[in-house]
Design a protein around this ligand. Structure first.
Ligand code: NDP
Length: 327
């Protein structure tokens, strides 16, 4: 029986286009577990894969969707049985492998985790890769020690940023959010930010490698000149978790903050995280992310909304988290 999938096709001139089509199970890629997908999301990488691909997609036609949650329909692996609720993020699903923008997906059992306690499949995708990564970033900051000053979150009104603000605030930290959208100030305050920093105040490079010691930690979704600037504003011994590149992949910085202030720059990767860390991060999400704040971030969508939402997220115009009901 056929089912709906959002397929991205590439024409002879190399132009991509995305549309909902009916496909059949025998078109799905190889894998141990077939999942009846309930929800997926829109992350920054999905924006790339819905468009020309950003070098991430290997073959066309392609089903994007870097994360999904649903119910196991068939399994050749002892760890999963029909009826089990599961979540997938990372492992290049939705990039090199067909992803979650379809009513069914077939993947390796190694890539799945059981649906965390306290979440249903919709809430798991309200968190999605962006929220999962925000949690990994907070865990990395905790491991290295969060200092006394406010914790800065850049790209605060985006997916990673919104979840990071809510978690850090729930953990009792003072949170400052950097945003280029002043109209999101009330939203960010409702998530727990007590201070809003205008993007233009922190986006410019400065000749001074060190500024006042202001931030006790930072979750950075932006990279580029903003990350370089933030490094020079960190408290002595504080850490920055580098998550994203919404503002650029370059890092026009000096090593002075590392040498004179013992600042740590921590790399965060969500794609290849080992299974045990994944379980730990999801458990922490269930525990430390207030569900009312998560709900406040959610914008619902369907498969047909995706081409527009993909373009929007690349322009930094999506607020919070999009939850895609694929059915
Ligand atoms: P979003 O688009 O939801 O959030 C990014 C936010 O960054 C925007 O909402 C905007 O926030 C801000 N922003 C956008 N453009 C610029 C710019 N030119 N200069 C400064 N700020 C800008 O994306 P996600 O939250 O899903 O992802 C954020 C980043 O994290 C992406 O680069 C993504 O690839 C990366 N990522 C990395 C992962 C990993 O494993 N390391 C996993 C998941 C995401 P505002 O309007 O508030 O300023």
């Amino acid at each position: 029986m056929g089912f709906n999938a959002l397929l991205v096709r590439k024409d002879d001139e190399g132009k991509t286009s995305a549309a909902v089509e009916q496909i059949t199970e025998d078109q799905l890629p190889d894998g141990d577990v077939t999942v009846a997908v309930e929800y997926s999301t829109v992350n920054y990488k999905d924006g790339l894969c819905l468009g020309p691909g950003g070098g991430l997609v290997r073959n066309y036609p392609h089903v994007p969707g870097i994360d999904f949650a649903g119910t196991v329909e068939a399994s050749n692996d002892d760890r999963y049985a029909p009826g089990d609720k599961v979540v997938l993020t990372g492992w290049r699903v939705g990039e090199a492998h067909w992803g979650g923008y379809a009513q069914k997906a077939r993947v390796k059992a190694d890539w799945l985790v059981p649906l965390p306690e306290g979440l249903d499949t919709r809430l798991a995708m309200a968190v999605g890769t962006a929220g999962f990564t925000a949690m990994l970033a907070v865990m990395a900051l905790e491991y290295h020690g969060i200092k006394g000053g406010p914790v800065l979150v850049t790209g605060a009104a985006g997916g990673v940023g919104s979840v990071a603000v809510a978690i850090l605030s729930a953990l009792g930290h003072e949170v400052a959010g950097v945003t280029g959208r002043p109209e999101t100030a009330d939203y960010l305050k409702s998530l727990g930010a007590s201070q809003i920093v205008a993007r233009e105040d922190i986006n410019e490079t400065t000749k001074r490698p060190l500024e006042g010691e202001t931030w006790g930690g930072c979750v950075d979704a932006v990279g580029g000149p903003m990350l370089a600037r933030v490094l020079g504003q960190m408290e002595y011994g504080a850490s920055v978790a580098a998550v994203g590149l919404a503002g650029g992949a370059g890092l026009p910085a000096t090593v002075i903050p590392f040498l004179l202030r013992g600042v740590n720059l921590l790399g965060i990767d969500s794609v290849m995280q080992p299974y045990e860390n994944r379980l730990r991060a999801w458990e922490r999400i269930s525990q430390d992310l207030p569900m009312d704040k998560l709900e406040a971030m959610v914008q619902p969508a369907t498969l047909t909304d995706l081409p527009k939402l993909g373009a929007d997220i690349l322009k930094g115009q999506v607020k919070g988290r999009v939850v895609v009901d694929v059915n």
